[in-house]
Design a protein around this ligand. Structure first.
Ligand SMILES: [Zn+2]
Ligand SMILES: [Zn+2]
Length: 528
């Protein structure tokens, strides 16, 4: 729920202005935006402060401590960090709670919200002088965030010095292009904190390409980077994941390492990753294990019951999981698949695909058919876990995590009950939505978040501060023209009730917007 741009009256006047005056308008709007961004970062950081306090107070309450003196709170925080309290380990921290609220208010994903919160803290505590140049419009948000990122590896003492030096350079020079600006920042860092420069990693950032180059900062290590069309990147991503999970659970490598090994296997022409669990790679001193005995093509030569075989080694089953299929999820209308229309498809985690590309990708894929208008069968409503088909229906309708601002993939998200199952919530599409793991935890454990479906399938979230956000303003129902959002007729009482509520809300928003606009205009007079 956001107020619309408050300067509508001024914008209408712009039609009458000359180019000279309009350039003044550009200067004015740039300065106002920078000042607003300064305030936005500060607000994000202050919300975080408040949520950290709440978190400590809640910990104190849960640990049964009466006093909330600062020393006591710090002691509690230490105990919590040491694992005293399960919520401290598994529930949201003050930072996570703040990320959810800032993300919802600004409609940005968690990573972006976190960047703002952390930049706000840097602005207030570490780089106040550079921050002031943002507040006065000498630099913009983009440049301030660049300073924050580039100085992230500097020590606190060096930051104090760099803050003053960089701010002085910004104040005494005319505005400069990003390339010059970054060169200026990097030169100061290299001069005053060379260790930070050495630690910094190089980023690859350009159009379609794959680069393999030695890591200048870590001998013996190379970096692979690149940019690709979304469908190709998704195919590689899905293939690497499929190969990485295709080995046995005992494989000692981390998921990240297995993905890296999978890429090397692909380069060597292999379609699967060799498993490194003890069964698949017997140690040389395990003399009683003959590699042939555990070869998946030779299962019959070993004792069929490993418990009796005396080796204590599991046999690789004939249908070894080490034969992965790449999996990615495309939601496409059946009519488009059949070539009856060219509606776009949606590639989970990436975005819209044109119908031709979708048909090509789906040609050999396994398909699951979902009827968007079907409600759950009575026997599944009272089961906690939704059926595969029901989960698909919920996910394909929502495109991504349904928390406001979040972009996380719907098919890797949890399927969440609005009204918890334990409190009588049904396992029914009208009570289910995809929530990524982060936001599922926020909703479940963070204090003060509420969420509900209205009868038309819109998912509303109410934040701890009482603000309400619509989580799914655009869904598969909007994407696929032939899919209706609801089977309710236009004169259905539920629909009329919603329409009344909407009108009432829109009117009050309009009034609030008008007030905000008047206030803003009074505080920000035009430059002429
Ligand atoms: Zn194995
Ligand atoms: Zn999410």
């Amino acid at each position: 729920m956001q107020s619309s741009a408050p300067a509508l009256a001024q914008m209408a006047d712009d039609e009458q202005h000359s180019a000279t005056e309009l350039v003044e308008v550009l200067h004015h709007t740039t300065a106002v935006r920078a000042a607003a961004d300064y305030r936005m970062l500060q607000a994000a950081s202050l919300i975080h402060d408040e949520r950290e306090q709440d978190h400590l107070v809640r910990l104190a309450a849960e640990l049964g401590e009466q006093s909330t003196s600062l020393a006591n709170l710090e002691r509690l925080a230490q105990r919590a960090a040491a694992g005293d309290n399960p919520r401290a380990r598994f529930g949201p921290t003050g930072l996570e709670a703040a990320i959810a609220e800032v993300g919802a208010a600004l409609t940005v994903p968690p990573a972006r919200a976190r960047e703002f919160i952390e930049a706000g803290s840097v602005l207030r505590h570490q780089l106040p002088f550079v921050g002031a140049t943002l507040g006065t419009g000498r630099i913009d948000l983009h440049r301030f965030l660049a300073v924050v990122r580039r100085t992230a590896l500097c020590t606190p003492e060096k930051l104090d010095l760099l803050d003053k030096i960089i701010a002085a350079d910004i104040e005494t020079r005319e505005p400069m292009s990003m390339t010059r600006f970054l060169a200026m920042i990097d030169k100061h860092i290299a001069t005053h904190d060379p260790a930070a420069t050495r630690r910094r990693r190089e980023l690859v950032d350009s159009d379609r390409n794959i680069s393999v180059r030695p890591d200048r900062h870590t001998p013996g290590q190379s970096r692979i980077g690149g940019s690709l069309p979304a469908e190709h990147a998704a195919a590689i991503d899905a293939r690497l994941t499929a190969m990485a999970v295709g080995v046995h659970g005992d494989d000692p490598r981390t998921a990240a390492q297995r993905r890296a090994d999978a890429l090397v296997a692909l380069a060597n022409g292999a379609g699967a990753l060799d498993c490194r669990c003890e069964t698949c790679t017997p140690s040389p001193d395990g003399a009683d294990i003959d590699p042939a005995d555990v070869d998946s093509t030779d299962v019959d030569s070993t004792d069929s019951d490993p418990a009796d075989s005396g080796t204590g080694v599991d046999v690789v089953p004939a249908d070894s999981p080490c034969a992965p299929r790449a999996t990615f999820h495309i939601v496409v209308n059946l009519s488009s698949l059949l070539g009856l229309d060219d509606d776009p498809a949606f590639l989970d985690g990436q975005g819209i695909l044109d119908a031709d590309t979708a048909r090509r990708l789906v040609a050999e894929a396994r398909r699951r058919y979902v009827r968007p208008d079907v409600v759950a069968e009575p026997q599944s409503i009272d089961r906690y876990a939704p059926s595969k088909k029901l989960a698909d229906q919920v996910r394909s309708g929502e495109l991504c995590c349904s928390f406001p601002g979040c972009n996380n993939s719907a098919f890797h998200a949890d399927v969440d009950h609005d009204i918890p199952f334990a409190q009588g919530g049904r396992t029914d599409p009208r009570n289910l939505k995809p929530l990524c793991r982060f936001h599922h935890r926020i909703k479940t454990f963070a204090a003060g978040w509420r969420d509900y479906h209205d009868p038309l399938g819109e998912v509303f979230f109410q934040s701890p501060t009482g603000h309400t956000y619509l989580g799914n303003a655009f869904t598969g129902h909007d994407l696929f023209a032939s899919v209706t959002r609801t089977t309710r007729p236009p004169d259905d009482p539920a629909r009329q009730r919603i329409d009344t509520l909407r009108t009432r809300r829109a009117t009050s928003i309009k009034r609030a917007d008008k007030r905000a606009m008047d206030r803003w205009n009074a505080e920000n007079p035009p430059p002429f």
